[in-house]
Structures are given as C-alpha cells and as structure tokens.
Ligand binder design. Structure first.
Ligand code: ZN
Length: 276
C-alpha cells in the first residue's frame, strides 16, 4: 500500500478532464490550483499549435507529461493502415514540438476482422512509427483499453496483450500506460504491473473511477472515490514496480463537464488526495 499523500506534487491533469476550458484556461487554473503536470489532448492544440502550447504550459510552471493520443492502427485496407502510420508520425512530431516526452496510443480495432489480426496490425503499425519516435526523442505507450471497447477503439484489452507487443518489438521507446479505469477488473493486474516494472515498460499511470451503473461507454467516468476501483491499491502496485512518474487524472464525464469547472478542479484535487 502506498503511503498517504500530503501534497499534490505528482498530480497531473488531462486537458480533456476539464474539456470546457481552453488550453490557456487549463494552464492558468491548473497552476493556480497547484497542479504540477499536464497531459495534452490534441484537440486542445487547435489554434495555438504545439510549440506555442508547450511554451504556454511551461510558462505556468507545468510539466508536459504526454500527448494524447496516437494509435488507431488497424484497417482492412493497406491504404488505411498507411494513413494511420502517417498520422502517428505527425502525432510524434506534435509531441516533440510540444515538448511532450510521450505519446499515448489508443491502438484501435477494426470490427470487420478478427481481433488477432487487428493486434498484428497494431504491432506492425507501432513498429513502423518507432524509428520516427526514437529520432524525435518521443516514447510511445500502449494503453490497454477496457474490453467494452474491443470492437472499435482497442483490440488491446489487457496488460498481458500490451506486454506481448512490447516484448515482440523490444524497443526502449515503447512501453505501457496503465489506466485503472481500463484494467481494474483484471485478476492478473498486480502480476502484470510487476512484470512491466521488471521489463522497464511502465511509462504512465492514469486514474479515474468506475461508476455503477455506467450510463455511457465513453463519457461517464467517475471522480476518484465515486466508484469501485481500488485506486490506491493499484497505485501501490505501480509504485512497488518502480514507477515514479505523475498520477494522471483522466476523466471523461458529461455530468462533470456540465458543472462549474473551478469547483470541479477543487473537487479533483481533494479526491486525488483522499483516494489516489
Ligand atoms: Zn487513460
């Protein structure tokens, strides 16, 4: 079990968590709240561009933790797969300009073909992007997604599948983003996290909570403490495995986006200190 936290020095927010805010508002409000890290979603770069966005965030004392997201490699056609690889190289370029050391991959899935074929195409796609990522000094993190997204968002559903791809490609530029929302149900999670630590692939850690009932597959995540995920226990496993990076709050919630975002940010910080 991780020791109780007394500060927010490792708290990172995803810009999508406070989706109603512009990047400039995120920068100012996060900094004022004592948040230290930020993971930028690509939609937040519209208007400013990645280089200016990175400067803005650093000017507010924020560390840019990662860029979300690349991926979506599988496609029935070779042209579709090539387009995806090109798009991922652009995403890596954006991360480099932003000053983000990591791109998180939502790997994708094509529902008109078997999952195993999609997983093969994911490995091929990542292999094609890795030299570009290494040259740019940007790491890639496979994020296993909850199996409810297996048909359309990620054929990679488990830590075990993500580790298999990491072992296959064996690059220091490729690792895994552990998101409690996607992995909490997995009875092998503790051992998989420990194995990631041994293999040096534990690149990122995302938190939110699982609400029951979940009324929307994409946009009904809970604030930490609102659901059933043993977040602090999983964080303990991650830290025992050697992870010392930011704890990233990534919440997509129409319910919470509709509330006053300044109050919500205060609630996030309190929930982080109490439950993450
Ligand atoms: Zn995540």
């Amino acid at each position: 079990m991780a020791p109780p936290l007394t500060d927010a020095s490792r708290l990172c927010l995803h810009t999508m968590t406070t989706k109603p805010w512009t990047l400039a508002q995120c920068a100012r409000r996060y900094a004022d709240a004592g948040v230290k890290g930020v993971t930028v979603w690509r939609n937040a770069l519209a208007g400013t561009g990645p280089a200016a966005a990175g400067q803005l965030l650093r000017d507010h004392g924020l560390t840019v933790v990662s860029l979300c997201r690349g991926g979506f490699f599988p496609a029935a056609s070779a042209e579709g797969r090539e387009r995806a690889i090109d798009e991922n190289r652009r995403c890596v370029d954006e991360a480099a300009a932003l000053g983000a050391p990591l791109v998180v991959l939502v790997c994708g899935s094509a529902q008109d073909q078997p999952l195993a074929r999609s997983r093969g195409q994911i490995a091929e796609g990542i292999a094609s992007v890795l030299p570009h990522a290494a040259a740019a000094g940007v790491r890639l993190a496979i994020e296993p997604l909850h199996p409810m997204y297996a048909a359309d968002r990620s054929a990679v559903s488990t830590m075990g599948q993500a580790r298999a791809t990491c072992r296959q490609l064996a690059s220091p530029w490729l690792g895994i983003a552990v998101d409690v929302y996607h992995t909490w149900w997995d009875d092998r999670l503790e051992g998989e996290i420990r194995a990631c630590g041994r293999e040096g692939t534990l690149f990122a850690f995302h938190v939110s909570d699982w609400r029951t009932p979940t009324v929307d597959l994409l946009e009904d995540r809970g604030l930490m403490g609102e659901g059933c995920i043993p977040i602090r226990q999983i964080r303990g496993w991650v830290e025992e495995a050697g992870f010392r990076g930011f704890v990233e709050v990534e919440i997509f919630s129409r319910r919470l986006w509709a509330t006053d975002q300044a109050q919500y940010l205060a609630d996030i910080k309190a929930a982080y200190l109490a439950h993450a």
